[in-house]
Ligand binder design. Structure first.
Ligand code: NAY
Length: 293
């Protein structure tokens, strides 16, 4: 699974004037991000608004991106859902469409025990011959899956890794230590990307790689070249932007930056924050200050 490494944007989903997925802007954005160093794409996750999209739209987006990317970089389809049946349906489609892997959040809203969550993942992995990357994002799902749970999960055939989106780096390290070297762990919070890499993450999947692919790709390269101080300088720089971003909904903020850069990705779907003119003006100032324009 050498192909899964580096900086992987959790792609913002471009919407057209009719509110549906924009074929042309999706292609334009994906091309641009590859030119900036994107090592893959993660579709319809949190950033991609997967849970605000229909099953058909999630499939449509995947097909567009795979067609544009043409195996240049791996495409990971987030297939997570509250119900197993939808996750299974999306997994079968992802396999047919040619995705490199699927990924799924722990099922949310209802509180399930570890056996049910395990069953959910096993049903997904048995649905098609495609590797699965589990997705731990307790801040959004409320999941309390433990290190022991992931250790057991890592032993299931076809489950190749975990996207770990929590700033608890100790827990991340404990998962890596107990799941073994072959189990891929991706750093989730972009603001601690370097910390995650230092602990042993193979790469990073995140939202701000839609707008800061190049500096994060450089951070990744410097880390692997052993140039830790230079890598840290970049982490500090990007975190100054993330600090501004966190004053807004991250999706609304990133969409606005992309729009200012010429990518008409549209507004996020409600109930995600819709920016006012004053907020747009404020983000415009941020974009200028941090040389996005
Ligand atoms: C996804 O599935 O879209 C992600 O990878 C989300 C990762 C993001 N986590 C959350 C909680 O939003 O990229 C991060 C995050 O936006 C960034 O670190 C800024 O806090």
């Amino acid at each position: 699974y050498e192909q899964f490494k580096g900086i992987i944007p959790a792609l913002i989903t471009p919407y057209g004037a009719d509110g549906g997925i924009s074929d042309s802007v999706t292609r334009q954005l994906v091309r641009h991000l590859i030119s900036q160093g994107a090592a893959g794409f993660y579709l319809s996750g949190s950033t991609g608004e997967g849970f605000l999209q229909s099953t058909e739209e999630r499939q449509q987006l995947l097909e567009i991106v795979i067609d544009e990317v043409k195996n240049e970089v791996p495409v990971i389809a987030h297939v997570g859902a509250m119900d197993t049946a939808t996750a299974v349906q999306l997994t079968r489609h992802a396999h047919t469409a040619g995705a490199a892997a699927v990924s799924a959040v722990t099922p949310f809203y209802y509180k399930h025990g570890p056996e049910q969550v395990m069953r959910h993942y096993i049903d997904i992995v048995e649905a098609a011959d495609i590797p699965l990357i589990a997705y731990h994002i307790p801040g959004l799902t409320g999941s309390n899956a433990s290190v022991d749970f992931y250790k057991e999960l890592s032993q299931v055939d076809g489950i190749i890794g975990l996207k770990f989106t929590s700033t608890n780096v100790f827990e991340m390290q404990q998962i890596m230590d107990s799941c073994g070297e072959d189990f891929l762990v991706f750093n989730g919070p972009d603001e601690i990307c370097l910390a995650g890499l230092t602990m042993g993450a193979c790469g990073a999947i995140g939202s701000t790689y839609n707008i800061m692919t190049a500096p994060f790709t450089e951070l990744y390269r410097l880390f692997h070249a052993g140039k830790l101080e230079e890598a840290r300088t970049i982490q500090y720089e990007v975190n100054r932007v993330i600090r501004e971003l966190l004053r807004y909904d991250f999706i609304a903020f990133e969409r606005e930056i992309l729009r200012l850069q010429g990518f008409e990705v549209g507004s996020p779907r409600k109930p995600i924050q819709q920016l006012t003119d004053a907020q747009r003006a404020d983000i415009y100032e941020v974009a200028k200050r941090f040389s996005f324009l």
